[in-house]
Structure formats: C-alpha cells, structure tokens
Design a protein around this ligand. Structure first.
Ligand SMILES: [Zn+2]
Length: 130
C-alpha cells in the first residue's frame, strides 16, 4: 500500500475512534443529566406538596386566631400547628439541599459563569470553586 494512503487511513481510523469515544462521553453525560433531571423533578414536586401543606396549616392557624378574636374558640391546637409548620419548613430545606446536590453545574460566585460541578477552578475567570 502506498505510504501516504496508509498514513491517511491511520489518521482516519484515529479520528473515528476519537469521535466514537467522544460520542460515548456525550451520551454518558446526557444520561447522567437525564437522571439528575428526573430526580430534580421528583424533589421539586415534593417541595411543592410540602409548601401546599404548609399553606393549609397557615389557613388553619388563621381560622383559630379569628375564632379566638370573636370569642367563639380557644387557642387550643395552635402550638401543634406551629410545630407542624416548623417540621415542614425543615423538610423543605432538606429537599432544597438535595436538589442543589443533583446539579451537575455550579455558578462561579466571582463572575457568574456556569462551570462543571467537579471543576476546581472557574473556566472563565479562574476563581477557586468550593
Ligand atoms: Zn468565574
């Protein structure tokens, strides 16, 4: 085989291998991201549900306070409701922390560039990340 042709074929093969590896990496990243997205969606729904429950308890507190105001009720059950809200707000904070953990990117606090979560330094400004 002509040497030039041989070199050309070797180059083409190397490029094909590189492209295949790159495609696999992109597919892996995409599937990882899809998993993250599914988890984030699930967690976001839980935050939404928890906030709905908190709103319902706020409403009950409002009713109790109003009945105390009109003299038709007592403040019995208020402390329980406060505790329920405290508990649910703590759960919301936990869920939000879990959502942040799902993210594959972080925002550079220095310049606002979106960087990879595992990047040690910002890709734009070089600021040390975490
Ligand atoms: Zn930066």
């Amino acid at each position: 085989m002509d040497r030039n042709v041989k070199t050309l074929l070797e180059k083409a093969r190397a490029t094909a291998t590189y492209a295949a590896e790159k495609a696999t990496q992109v597919a892996d990243a995409a599937s990882r991201m899809a998993g993250d997205m599914a988890m984030q969606t699930k967690l976001n729904l839980q935050v939404f549900d928890m906030n709905s429950e908190i709103d319902a308890v706020y409403k009950e507190i409002g009713r109790i306070v109003y009945l105390v105001h009109t003299g038709e009720g007592t403040d019995e059950g208020l402390d329980d409701r406060f505790a329920q809200i405290d508990e649910r707000l703590a759960k919301v904070a936990e869920l939000k922390a879990a959502i942040a953990d799902c993210r594959t990117t972080v925002i550079c606090p220095q310049c606002g560039k979106e960087c990879g979560r595992d990047d040690a330094y910002c890709v734009r400004c070089g600021h040390k990340l975490s």
